[in-house]
Design a protein around this ligand. Structure first.
Ligand SMILES: [Zn+2]
Length: 159
């Protein structure tokens, strides 16, 4: 977002999007440095706090958004990290459908995964990897999903 601030502000002003917090350094939220997928987690309560709160403050000051939800990089947390996120003013969020396997999935795999989503699911997919197949797979899946009556909403509107 720091590299694409104008676009980030445009997204933040679009009611179809809800800007949430994905961390300052995009790492597992931990107080012990516990790693996930080879990525080291935050290693202390202070680091965990800064992982949540520094980006919270950035989003507030630069986009005018007060994020309600936090999902760490890798979506891994320890129990204390979850409590720290709450103290920082955010509810930890997860996902129920892995739509693109970290933007590494093929177009067909993305379409298949997203097409299997059901009411109430939260789809994890990446819009920040332009060389990935996520956008194409999503475009393939959407007509069938919408024809089936499914509608999309933001997490904040759903809760
Ligand atoms: Zn991420």
């Amino acid at each position: 977002m720091t590299k694409n601030l104008a676009l980030s502000r445009e997204l933040a002003s679009d009611p179809l999007f809800e800007i949430a917090n994905h961390g300052t350094k995009h790492c597992p939220l931990s107080v012990t440095g516990r790693a996930a997928y080879g990525i080291a987690g935050t290693a202390s309560p202070l680091e965990a706090w800064r992982e949540v709160r520094d980006n919270h403050d950035f989003l507030h000051h630069e986009l005018g958004v007060t994020p309600r939800f936090f999902r760490s990089g890798t979506a891994h947390y320890d129990d204390i990290g979850v409590e720290i996120a709450k103290l920082a003013g955010e509810q930890v969020a997860g996902f129920s459908v892995n739509g693109d396997q970290g933007a590494r999935a093929s177009r067909v795999s993305v379409r298949t995964a997203i097409s299997q989503a059901r009411a109430g699911d939260i789809i994890l997919a990446h819009m920040n990897q332009p060389t990935g197949q996520t956008a194409r797979g999503l475009a393939d899946a959407l007509p069938g999903i919408l024809d089936g009556g499914t509608r999309f909403t933001t997490l904040g509107a759903a809760l």
